[in-house]
Write a protein of this length. Sequence first.
Length: 324
Amino acid sequence: MKYEAMLRSLKGDVDQIDRHIRGNLSSRVPLINEVGNYIILAGGKRLRSLLFVLSARLCGYLGQLSHYYSTIFEYLHSATLLHDDVVDGADIRRGKAAANIEYGNQAAVLVGDFLLSKSFSQAVEIGDIRMLEVLSNTTTMMAEGEVLELVHILNLAITQEEYLQVIISKTAILFSASCHMGAIFGRADNARQQALKSYGLNLGIAFQVVDDNLDYTSNVAEFGKPVGNDLKEGKITLPLIIAMKDGTTEDKTELASLIKKRDLTETEFTRIRDLVNKTDALPKAHQIAWSYIEKAKSDLDVFPDSPEKTLFLNLASYVVERKK
């Protein structure tokens, strides 16, 4: 199945998820509704919500309630975006002004808090303590990831292992929780729960590595945020880690000097990208992403062949081959 056909096949699920996002996102405070709609309905792949729905389906759930509860993950993801953009001082999100620019830092943080609370409120409705335990552990780890990332700002000595811990905590853990909770919702046995939990984690790692590569190769129209944004925010991601490890002494010295400037000109960013490309860091990082996709695919071995399993396999390949 080509990726375009795969995405078309999921449109019905995405439409149902969007309908529930609009229906559930309500508050007696108009500003909450306005900012919430601004960040959530601005676009996005709904990937985390889809993983919940599709995991439940892979485990045999045939009902429609999974779409309703999948909004847990979209609200939580949107809360982290609002908070991230305030911390990072971001200007653009999903191709338009970030919510903190449009409404101010205070509104962005407080509406993020509301969305976080909303995700837990919906999880409580399910009435399964296992789901709440997964969600609670996930949000704790995500908060730790935010702090870990802050600790490593402009840390040119960060190792690949330390980088992976940051992206696991910030990004991959929510992918893992979406799949794990979908399996619980689908009443899967423990082996299948653990398989989907691992699938989501490996998928999420690959997703973030690809995102970090795209920061060097995409453009704002495709990517939804300025290229080179991570560098401007002082984030040392995998392509740069590889370049700092594999580059010549002279190139590494020049890279370090440029990166510490923070307020990079377009010419300076182009030079950084040239130095990164000299070490083949981008294809090396992409290969690492593929290694996690292969792990994710092998996690599915506990499931018999089926159209649902094929969809998961294709979704894994799409995550690492996407251009935005």
